[in-house]
Design a protein around this ligand. Structure first.
Ligand SMILES: *Cc1c(COP(=O)(O)O)cnc(C)c1O
Length: 350
């Protein structure tokens, strides 16, 4: 089985081995020490200020998106959302549920987010920008510097869903003025689904503390306070948190820059090979995490033919179902995996 998906992805042998072990009990000093250590490594990898807060939620990524939005913003705010695909729409749907007013920068499929598109939204009193920095449904990587400059000059908070971008693209909370960042275990961290994290700057924490949470389970302040002693309010996905600690150390000892450049190298390797066999890749800026490939109405057939050959790429939903497949570059993959994928793809389309 070979997965070129964006989560779950191919896992590392260390993770698979650990996942077969008996879980420990977690209300212990050892578990707390591990959680405080995970917090410290995570903050270093994110370029987060020391006084930032980290919540480890047992939820899929969407749970962390909802926690970040609903604990930070209220019906008195006005929010701007970049909607260039399914994950941008998800932010809008979360705001709808929580009665948080918003406007959106709506991008057509294939359209690049530019500074010109943002200009129209200046001076309108928005309190925050919500963006999925890699809109995983299309693979477009938005320009963090563009968004960061816009938010700084407008005095807006910048809330970034970096679920598919973390460890694949260059991001730094302090440098990029990111107030809140949202992560999840099943993307480049290559773990089981189940743990998602919200990391917030001291400024965002001050705001969260003042706003009553609309949710019992997703009350972020509760998680932040318990994490001060390395604990979570409720039983977490204990095994995934153990694997997370190992993975954070693996990434840190390799070096974040090296991890990102290895992913970037795999992405270019696939992209060159794909163009060589005549596949078409959209021309908007791409995340290193995933490559979108355009098809002429037969994406579903190609997806199924690959599945018959033991290969799973990432299908698309909605309007893009028959037009777009996505090939992931995160997880335990190497150039030889792409050689196999490209050979099979060439046979299928040839
Ligand atoms: C994977 C992903 C999510 C999380 O989706 P879940 O299915 O809830 O884990 C959120 N945002 C982006 C950009 C993603 O790629």
């Amino acid at each position: 089985m070979r997965l070129f998906t964006v989560g779950p992805v191919m896992m590392y042998p260390e993770t698979l081995e650990e996942s077969g072990r008996q879980l420990p009990y977690f209300r212990t000093a050892e578990f707390s020490a591990m959680m405080l250590d995970s917090e410290a490594v995570l903050k270093r990898l994110l370029g987060a200020e020391d006084a930032s807060k980290v919540a480890f939620l047992t939820a899929s990524g969407t749970g962390a998106m909802e926690a970040a939005v609903s604990n930070t913003l209220t019906s008195d705010d006005k929010v701007l959302i970049i909607i260039g695909g399914g994950f941008g729409r998800r932010f809008a749907e979360i705001c709808d549920v929580h009665n948080i007013p918003y406007d959106s920068v709506d991008l057509e499929f294939g359209e690049t987010l530019t500074g010109d598109r943002l200009e129209a939204f200046r001076g309108r009193g928005y309190s925050a920008l919500l963006v999925n920095i890699d809109e995983t449904s299309t693979g477009q990587l938005y320009d963090i510097h563009l968004l960061s400059d816009f938010c700084r000059s407008e005095g807006m908070m910048l809330i970034v869903d970096a679920i598919s971008s973390f460890l694949a693209d260059d991001l730094d909370m302090e440098r990029d003025g990111i107030d809140e960042i949202i992560l999840s275990s099943q993307k480049a961290l290559s773990l089981e689904p189940g743990i998602s994290m919200v990391v917030v700057s001291p400024r965002a924490y001050d705001r969260i503390r003042m706003i009553p949470s609309p949710s019992y389970y997703l009350d972020l302040d509760h998680y932040f306070i318990d994490q001060e002693r390395g604990q979570t309010p409720f039983t977490p996905a204990v095994g995934t948190l153990i694997n997370l600690n190992h993975m954070l150390h693996m990434v840190e000892s390799k070096g974040l820059d090296r991890k990102i450049s290895e992913t970037a190298a795999l992405a270019s390797y696939f992209r060159e090979g794909a163009r060589r066999i005549g596949l078409i890749i959209p021309d908007y800026p791409l995340s290193n995490a995933v490559t979108p490939v355009l098809f002429d109405g037969n994406a579903t057939e190609v997806f199924e033919s690959l599945r018959e050959r033991g290969i799973t790429v990432t299908p698309s939903g909605g309007d893009l179902k028959n037009r777009l497949l996505r090939v992931g570059h995160i997880g335990n993959l190497s150039e030889s995996d792409y050689d196999i994928l490209l050979k099979e793809l060439e046979e299928i389309i040839g």
